[in-house]
Design a protein around this ligand. Structure first.
Ligand code: ADP
Length: 322
């Protein structure tokens, strides 16, 4: 069998580990792997080539994706999806492994439904916002990157007695923000799904800390709809709080870097498992981790609402910041 593999949507550390495992497990089972470049854009353009085992040497520890990734708006149009399916057929590729986030899985779901393309999904997104899995590739690495950066900022925050607003990634998901805030001992966290009226709550909390004698603070802000949201919050906060304030947007630094051991391990496990299942004739699934175990979900589950950060974690950030 010829198996295609692509990475799509935002890149995430650990994608290369998954690519390597797909290729080498396929090789071990007597299948051939083709690399599809730049996600669904490459699929549309027929930009794909055989990806042998040797081409995957020394990629396990590298961030980003050797196949590159892209966003491809045309894929929302059935005419272009038909073209993509025809490209697969012409090349003789019978199944594809899609490494990406919920958008990439939606595309795989519709491709399988409309054209019978056998699809397998591997969760790859630093946001960790997929239904049916407690882990996605890249989240652990991005979390550790953000924590390391904020530890450094805390040194200067306490030396100068400053308040730092630190923006982390997460347009529609506060997973990264909440976990980063907890791991850094932040004063507070603002994130999209936050149940409270977060700005007013933040001001009263910071003012109460000030009165208790706290002279430096870290507040983690999820980027929300537009990157730079922390800037807007900072401008407002300057008028409502006495501490000298600085804003840091961590930005794309969170996407890069060598994947953590856990992202390499799960990339390897998921990559191999995806191929083993395709080899057994299964399709239309994506893999995940639930309570430490490797699990498979029907790809249609990606249409379910995305998980929200547990509210108790956000509250714990506040409780522990005394
Ligand atoms: P992620 O996979 O990280 O969530 P996106 O949401 O940007 O990233 O999705 C990646 C790509 O998947 C999009 O650029 C588009 O090509 C395709 N895609 C996303 N959603 C759909 C959909 N509902 N139908 C068809 N294709 C989609």
């Amino acid at each position: 069998m010829k198996i295609g593999v692509l990475t799509s949507g935002g890149d995430a550390p650990g994608m290369n580990a998954a690519i390597r495992a797909v290729v080498r497990q396929a090789d071990a089972l007597g299948h051939e792997t083709w690399g599809i470049h730049r996600g669904y854009q490459g699929l549309l353009e027929g930009d794909m080539a055989p990806l042998p085992s040797r081409a995957c040497a020394n990629i396990l520890q590298r961030g980003g994706t050797i196949l590159q990734t892209a966003r491809c708006p045309e894929f929302h149009d059935p005419i272009f999806r038909a073209k993509a399916a025809a490209n697969l057929k012409d090349t003789g590729i019978e199944a594809i492994v899609v490494i990406g986030g919920d958008g990439s899985f939606r595309a795989a779901e519709v491709l399988q439904r409309e054209h019978g393309v056998a699809c397998a999904g591997i969760p790859g997104t630093i946001d960790n916002d997929l239904a049916g899995t407690e882990r996605t590739l890249g989240f652990d690495t991005a979390l550790n990157t953000a924590v390391e950066a904020i530890d450094r900022i805390r040194d200067t925050a306490s030396s100068h007695g400053r308040l730092f607003l630190i923006e982390v990634m997460g347009r529609s998901s506060g997973m990264l923000a909440v976990h980063t805030a907890l791991a850094c001992g932040a004063e507070a966290v603002l994130y999209p799904e936050s149940p409270e009226d977060s700005y007013e709550g933040l001001v009263s909390q910071l003012n109460a800390s000030w009165l208790r004698g706290k002279r430096s603070s870290i507040v983690v802000v999820a980027e929300g709809d537009t990157a730079g949201r922390a800037m807007a919050v900072g401008e407002r906060l300057k008028r409502d709080h006495p501490l000298d304030l600085r804003v840091v947007v961590l930005g794309h630094v969170q996407r890069g870097g060598s994947p953590s051991a856990m992202d390499r391990i799960w990339g390897s496990r998921w990559g191999a498992e995806a191929v083993r299942r395709l080899d057994r004739g299964e399709s239309g699934f994506y893999l995940g981790e639930v309570a430490g175990a490797l699990v498979a979900q029907p790809i249609s589950r990606v249409l379910e609402p995305q998980p929200v950060p547990p509210g108790d974690l956000g509250r714990l950030v506040t409780t522990l910041a005394r």
